[in-house]
Write a protein that binds this ligand. Sequence first.
Ligand SMILES: *[C@@H]1O[C@H](CO)[C@@H](O)[C@H](O)[C@H]1NC(C)=O
Ligand SMILES: *[C@@H]1O[C@H](CO)[C@@H](O)[C@H](O)[C@H]1NC(C)=O
Length: 463
Amino acid sequence: MSGWAGLLSITARVTLLLLLGSLLFSCSSLSQRVPEFALTKIEERDIKDASGKELVTEDDADPEDLEVFHPTDQWQTLRAGQAVPAGSHVRLNLQTGEREAKLPDTENGQSGTREERRRGRRRLGKVDVDANSFTSEELKKALAKMKASEKAERKAREEEVRKKFRPIEQLKEEFEKLNMKIETDYEIMVKLISKFNSSASTLDEKVAALYDLEYYVHQVDNAKDFLSLGGLQLVIEGLNNSEASLKEHAAFVLGAALSSNPKVQIEAIEGGALQKLLVILATEQPLAVRKKALFALSSMLRHFPYAQQQFLKLGGLQVLRSLFRHQGMELLRVRVVTLLYDLIMEKMLLEDSQHGEQMEEKMQQYQQVRLVPAVVEQGWCALVPNLLAMPEHDTREKVLKLVGVLVAFCREHYRGDSALGTALSLLRSEYEELAAQEQREGDKDGYFRELLGSVNTIIQELR
Ligand SMILES: *[C@@H]1O[C@H](CO)[C@@H](O)[C@H](O)[C@H]1NC(C)=O
Ligand SMILES: *[C@@H]1O[C@H](CO)[C@@H](O)[C@H](O)[C@H]1NC(C)=O
């Protein structure tokens, strides 16, 4: 993710945008009314429309005078005086001082989940500024370069234009002022944590703070700061808050902070997060809360054998098993199946791999995680295949994977399970047909062929 997303607060971004907008216009001389427009009408969510469409429809901007820039999917340098079509992305390249534009990235297929849209919004709206290292010094330099390179082009028109546009010196000043307002991720997190922790905040404000925090703590370094700022402990405490929405979002932030972050994993388990997550999963809770708790639990357990061991000791497997008893938990069951598969594979892959000294230590930790025996003892052999009756291929794929791993340990049970035998034959004929169709359509290594392979392997193992 671009460091930019975090470098600027939303307000700073909008202001920057306005300034970029007005810079663009002041350097190009499109219409004297444009800067006003840019400064008064752009709102964050309207950025797309503000870049060009309104421009050419301005009454006194003669379209004939405008050279229209044709954006492609590559960044191209904009020349002074070029009009940018609505919806283009425009950025200021700080290395060269040039403005560049391109077509916006198209979302593949779906117009984006709520999540994707949210991420999109956070990414500097529709304007990107290329800056691996963005300092006020560089920004000033970039502005100076821009000023120099455009000086010649501007010269002829300068006289008449000067009075109508804001001088570059003034813009520079504003950029400098703006620079003071640029906030680091750290500063933003400090504010969000204090918002969440403040007794003066309403429930909605607290939830909103968590919602925003979740975005920041994905980054490993941010998650470490989050920890040192005391935020981690606060969200762990939030897990047993009496408000469901707070619990849900606390678990969401926790899960994001934990993902692939050993330091946070250790602190979280020491802070009692594991017990609290299991309590959520074991008690009557809205599905949304349990979903996020399961997400956080998965992030806690993956690649962290110590947590896996504690999980087994605390009866975590029984807690997950209880999700199979209640109606309406189908989605969670599939996720549980995926989690178990991943945990079992994690250990197996490590055992198969060559390991140096460093791995020895890890191996020893994993040896204490007696997950498969616990799974077998607690009746998962019987539980898992039931999910093969689910209609979604994606679900079946996950279940088949776990059954495929368990078959070595549940063989006797599976051989005597006539329902499983029937389910497997049905799946075989269904996937034979789908795989054949797939092949007719020219897809030789298709998805259904793969599913068919999984089914056949299990059937063979049970002979
Ligand atoms: C949360 O608020 C309490 C009480 O105001 C304060 O003592 C504590 O330090 C705060 N925690 C964090 C992490 O800001
Ligand atoms: C949450 O748990 C802690 C101890 O783990 C306890 O002190 C606190 O009162 C609990 N909060 C609620 C709202 O139950």
